[in-house]
Ligand binder design. Sequence first.
Ligand code: SF4
Ligand code: SF3
Length: 517
Amino acid sequence: MSEMFCFQCEQTAGGKGCTRSGVCGKKPDIARLQDEITAGLITLARALDGKTACPGCESLFMDALFMTVTNVNFDDADLIAMRDRIQRAIGTCGGATAFNPDDLFHGDQDVVSLRSTLLFGLRGMAAYAHHARVLGKTDPEVSAWFQKGMKALGDDHSVEAWLGLILEFGSVNLKCMGLLDAANTETYGHPVPTPVSTGRDKGPFIVITGHDLHDLKMLLEQTAGKGVNVYTHGEMLPAHAYPELKKHPQLKGNYGTAWQNQQKEFDGLPGVVLYTTNCIMPPKPTYAGNLYTTAEVGWPGVAHIAADAAGHKDFSALIAHAIQLGGWQAEVKGEPLLTGFARNAVLSVADKVVAAVKSGAVKHIFLVGGCDGARLGRDYYTEFVEKAPKDTLILTLACGKFRFNHLQAKLGDIGGIPRLLDMGQCNDAYSAIQVAVALSQVFGCGVNDLPLTLILSWYEQKAVCILLTLLALGIKNIRIGPSLPAFLSPTVLNVLVEKFGLTPIKTADEDLKAILG
Ligand code: SF4
Ligand code: SF3
């Protein structure tokens, strides 16, 4: 019997499942705790039985699910504390028949596949709901759906009923991404196109990675006037485009590339790194002492900064540590990266885009977005963008963009519109959807009739919830890679292919030819 089973991310062992240890570094004891947390949430949902959860239980669903996303928390102490919190909540809510963690990924292959698809989607949405909540935004329907979804995972359903639940979830996740969009834009303003330096300034610095803009804001407020610079990393790059964040002069630029290169990029760095979400990789001993985690992120032995009861985080230890490390000794110049083309910025030039499409100057729009990862097959995305004809626009989002965002200048522009438009983080798929809907209204057609194709790269569960949203919106013929999710059984995959035309990527040449004819 295997010691663990996990197949929630794209790098799962042998394309089937991690059974002895996770490719991500997850050990069987951590996998077991994650299963116990998941089973506990199903039991808690049963105990609540559709009653409105108290605010404590409401955030418990979000935070516990967020904690089980790939590359978020590897610290058994954190997971044990979460598991026990859930058990106490079950008791307070009057108890219920316990769901057995061993039943999560066992049984009929198609049922396991459908249950896993919904569970992984819920995990992804939990991260977004968490980021919105820390900025004071919640939505009763989104909050309640965590409970509804977790309860459903423990019940029996027909295949049709499972698919119905999964698509209903996709619609709720659209609401959740909208909630986070509202939280970010109402707090920090609408992103504006912004060139971001990839150079280095002399002096002490902190690198902040992950998705949480509220953490970045607190860090910027606390580093003000201290002679400590702040650099974004990975999914934090689009933060530079928000007026209320970019106004801080010590927010200097972006360091490094996507998450899978961190063991190289953080080794020997004369500064500290703050992780606000996924993706944390096993740190090398050479730099583990310079790392800090916050929110649901955890690694054993790595310092954790928790929020106080009012949500405030004290980053003084990090700041002092950065000063002590001294930072970079010399200035280095770097080519800027352009970000900030979220829905407001793109829609403000919508008339130009529409005119360019009508005149034939823009023949096709590609959304090449999603996660990055370590697999060689991910070169496809660089090649696709490089080979896309000059009369095509490329929208991008999430960390997959680090495969090609350095090509910005080379890709050029069409009548003043840059050909590569960085819309933001993965949750800014919401922005892309708004743009697609607006264009379809202008052209008086459906989104599927637009000269627009989605080329997605997936790695972890936030990509799963986004994919389910796109399917719930009826968006067809999405290409996905670098490999198909292992948790899709042949039957379930068949349904997605037949109903939605979901297509695995082939080669850049073949796909471009098939799409453009
Ligand atoms: Fe394996 Fe991915 Fe699960 Fe880690 S999260 S154990 S790599 S499937
Ligand atoms: Fe990247 Fe981890 Fe998914 Fe938010 S940060 S997209 S992989």
